[in-house]
Design a protein around this ligand. Structure first.
Ligand code: ADP
Ligand code: MG
Length: 438
């Protein structure tokens, strides 16, 4: 109990190293966190809080230095160990919730369990228990869009807990909530620390939240500047070699650059997608399906997983979708199984096409979407379509901006695609991008 659960050791993070837009987000940082501590990382926007938190979670790789979880460097973990860390070691909560809109609330909560080989009935039991605990069990069958912000964040907390991790990391979890919902969520996190003995690290720029912490780590310009201890939970013998935090050196041009950079959204789609890796099969399936029974879907999901893991080929996949349920198949009819397999094949091929250079990817994506949606584009439209897709692939624009540019008139510098088609294109691209990161 008296050894740190997390050690940040001479960690530095530099984005775009060696390029003109190089950004030193985190200067050399040392930090030890002990089991059952509630630590808040506090500082102004752009000071490197999220970078530190994502480095601790393993979503962000260090440029220099290392992060150790229970004495094991994340960079030295095998794929298997890292997967286990994300599935059961650490629960993450974000400001933007990241619930999947096509899944109901209970399914969202149970997502992290989907690929841990548990029976649907078992995983639902734990999901229901958590929803009940957080007062949202009546919402179980609803979809995320039907819930308030505060309810959505409670769903996201339940999801982060469903595999019972020891550590909970929360990045500005109440940043989008009204003050009453915010307090509710902060109380839940406090309770998880007090009663469930979870180690919690919360990132915030709001000084009103600091009262909840045992220890507050203050950050500025990519450095830890000081710490405040409200409740000492660290063992006395460990405090002897306590970290000293040095003065900040502040060069005007670097803070100006930081100001500019902080206007970018801090959480990249890639970082989110890493978290979603185990859910890809489910996500792809949801994109392709609507009217099948639960059993037909869950068996197909298992085959889809085998396919994405490359344990079976497309032929075997299609055949098994078509086999009757009592013969070990998914019980679909032949026509549906075949067209479904073809569509899956096309998507997977296109995903591979996205691994080329941005120019190449945007070009092949343009051709793929033009064929899929039977688009009839002029040369100007086609060029704009391609340029817009490239921006999305490079995460320079998000899905809302993408949709806006697609359905804006050509005369107003848009691509001029009909609104309903633009919506479908956006959904297709989001699935492709999700599948791309592995
Ligand atoms: P905070 O969470 O405290 O607002 P971040 O850790 O998100 O700060 O960002 C620290 C600095 O690094 C900011 O200036 C931000 O703009 C920049 N930054 C964050 N992520 C990236 C990235 N992926 N590429 C380039 N710069 C980034
Ligand atoms: Mg942040």
């Amino acid at each position: 109990m008296n050894k740190p659960i997390i050690v940040v050791d001479k960690l530095r993070v530099i984005y775009n190293q060696g390029k003109s837009n190089e950004m030193r987000a985190l200067e050399e940082t040392n930090l030890s966190i002990y089991p059952e501590e509630y630590v808040i990382i506090y500082g102004p926007s752009g000071c490197g809080k999220s970078t530190l938190l994502y480095s601790i979670s393993g979503l962000q790789s260090p440029t220099y230095g290392d992060v150790y979880i229970r004495n094991k460097a994340i960079s030295k973990m095998t794929e298997e160990e890292e997967l286990r860390l994300h599935q059961t070691g650490i629960g993450m909560i974000f400001q933007a919730f990241y619930l999947i809109s096509s899944l109901d609330i209970l399914e969202n909560v149970c997502l992290p369990k989907v690929f841990r080989g548990e029976k649907p009935s078992d995983r639902k039991k734990e999901g229901v228990r958590l929803l009940r605990r957080f007062g949202i069990v009546e919402q179980a069958d609803k979809f995320p869009s039907q819930l308030s912000g505060g309810q959505k964040q409670r769903v996201a907390i339940a999801r982060s807990l469903v595999n019972n991790p020891e550590i909970i990391l929360a990045d500005e979890p109440v940043g989008n909530l009204d003050s009453e919902s915010a307090e509710n969520v902060l109380k839940i996190l406090k309770e998880l620390n007090d009663i469930d003995k979870k180690t919690i690290i919360l990132v915030t720029h709001n000084p009103e939240h600091l009262v909840y912490a045992d220890r507050v780590i203050h950050m500025k310009d990519g450095r830890i500047t000081k710490e405040e201890v409200f409740k000492e939970k660290r063992p006395p013998e460990e405090l002897a070699n306590k970290q000293e935090y040095g003065p900040i050196d502040r060069s005007p041009e670097s803070s100006e650059l930081k100001m500019l950079m902080s206007s970018f959204k801090s959480l990249l789609p890639q970082q989110v997608d890493v978290l979603l890796v185990p859910f890809k099969a489910k996500q792809l399936l949801n994109h392709l399906l609507s009217e099948l029974s639960d059993e037909q879907v869950s068996i197909a999901e298992a085959f889809m997983k085998e396919l994405l893991f490359k344990n079976i080929d497309m032929q075997t996949f299609a055949e098994h979708l078509d086999l009757d349920l009592d013969e070990g198949g998914a019980g679909w009819n032949k026509v549906r199984a075949r067209s479904f397999a073809e569509r899956t094949q096309a998507i997977i091929e296109q995903v591979n096409g996205l691994k080329d250079s941005p120019e190449q990817s945007a070009l092949s994506l343009t051709e793929y979407l033009t064929t899929l949606f039977h688009l009839k584009l002029t040369e100007t439209q086609k060029l704009r379509f391609q340029a817009t897709l490239k921006l999305r692939l490079e995460s320079q624009i998000g899905q809302i901006e993408l949709e806006k540019r697609l359905d804006t008139r050509v005369s107003a510098d848009g691509v001029g695609i009909h609104k309903t088609t633009a919506e479908k294109i956006v959904r297709e691209i989001e699935v492709l991008m999700l599948l791309k990161y592995s």
